[in-house]
Design a protein around this ligand. Structure first.
Ligand code: B12
Length: 299
């Protein structure tokens, strides 16, 4: 059976497919079109040619270029991205994201997050500092009986799609990109952390793919041998049986060691007492540390 894949939002899908003209990109970055065309010709900026011979630049390449060369995206709307409204302190943003998630405002959620990315925030910062706290607030609202179950489930779907959007805006991978895979073990239904790991690592230049949730350890071991990733992540959002988890992690660690790769664990359910029972593996408390580890691997 093939699990349905999470689709990016329409805006991001279209921009990823068609790309933008040099004029639009120049306006987005607040530079002249001639400078922009020169950077294209010098190979600093990736582009494709249309059938009519016109350059088209994908938003992901523009964002990667801006980040690497210290440019700011001054007019994100030119790239189909929306500038986050002003006067948005962190608390404002967190509350705004939570409200949009609860209201099921799919494009507004995606626009808020991709707009912040265009404005210079990193994916890992958005994950640890905004999306995770907004979901924690949402969890409190759910626990307090203020939310319908469908509102919580829908919010989670939207957050997942927005994370796929952020992944799509990662720089294009080089053919020799370091591979990374990960997911959750059987009994763990939490999908967002593994999508966060995928988006975070892709933005560091890794060929990262989330394999999904509720995976038997044996299939993760098979993935390690077949796909030969250099990094394997496990997100632990729920633990049904601690002893089974320890055995699963041991099996996975052996496979990862045999292939000369690294295993990184993280997640809310990995309490300190449980961590001490696990074999010696790397533990990260958030996407910022995972990003740092990923960057070290691609250097
Ligand atoms: C969405 C959600 C669900 C959804 C998940 C759907 C899906 N497709 O993912 C569903 C419906 C399955 C669900 C079910 C339940 N849930 Co729930 N859920 C949530 C909610 C609102 C958000 C979870 C989430 O995705 N958060 C965002 C992620 C990204 O945050 P995170 O896991 O903390 O990850 C961060 C770090 O831990 C770290 N990290 C995580 N993994 C990794 C891995 C690596 C490698 C690295 C480097 C870092 C890292 O980085 C992340 C970013 O900073 C939380 C609220 C909350 N506080 O999170 C409640 C919450 C976790 N759920 C709760 C409860 C009670 C339940 C249920 C028991 C409800 C029920 N009666 O059925 C079940 C239990 C399910 C189970 N088998 O365990 C409680 C848990 C209370 C407790 N103390 O344990 C919470 C806290 C809500 C609340 N306030 O009461 N839930």
């Amino acid at each position: 059976m093939k699990a349905p894949s999470i689709q990016p939002s329409k805006t991001v899908k279209e921009s990823a497919r068609s790309g933008f003209s040099p004029g639009a990109v120049a306006r987005a970055l607040g530079v002249s079109e001639s400078s922009l065309k020169r950077w294209c010709d010098q190979g600093h900026l990736e582009f494709a040619l249309t059938a009519g011979g016109h350059r088209r630049l994908p938003a992901s390449a523009v964002l990667a270029f801006a980040r690497a060369h210290g440019h700011r995206v001054v007019a994100p709307a030119e790239l189909g991205l929306v500038e986050p409204a002003h006067s948005t302190g962190e608390l404002d943003l967190r509350t705004r994201l939570m409200r949009l998630l609860i209201a099921g405002e799919e494009s507004a959620v995606s626009q808020l997050l991709t707009g912040l990315l265009a404005a210079g925030r990193s994916v890992e910062e958005l994950c640890d500092g905004l999306i995770m706290p907004a979901l924690a607030d949402l969890g409190e609202a759910w626990a307090g009986g203020d939310l319908e179950i469908y509102e919580e489930r829908r919010a989670c779907e939207l957050a997942a799609r927005a994370l796929v959007d952020l992944s799509q805006l990662a720089p294009r991978l080089s053919r020799r990109a370091v591979k990374a895979v990960g997911g959750t073990l059987l009994g763990d239904p939490y999908a967002l952390p593994t999508l966060m790991a995928e988006a975070t690592l892709r933005h560091q230049g890794l060929d990262a793919r989330s394999l999904g949730v509720a995976l038997p350890a044996s299939t993760l071991v098979a993935a390690v041998h077949n796909l030969k990733p250099k990094l394997v992540w496990l997100t632990v959002g729920a633990v049904v049986d601690e002893r089974a988890l320890v055995k699963d992690v041991e099996a996975l660690e052996q496979a990862v060691r045999a292939e000369g790769a690294a295993l990184v664990l993280g997640g809310r359910a990995l309490r300190p007492a449980l961590r001490t029972q696990l074999p010696h593996v790397l533990y990260c408390d958030g996407m910022r540390s995972l990003a740092a580890f990923g960057r070290a691997l691609v250097r």
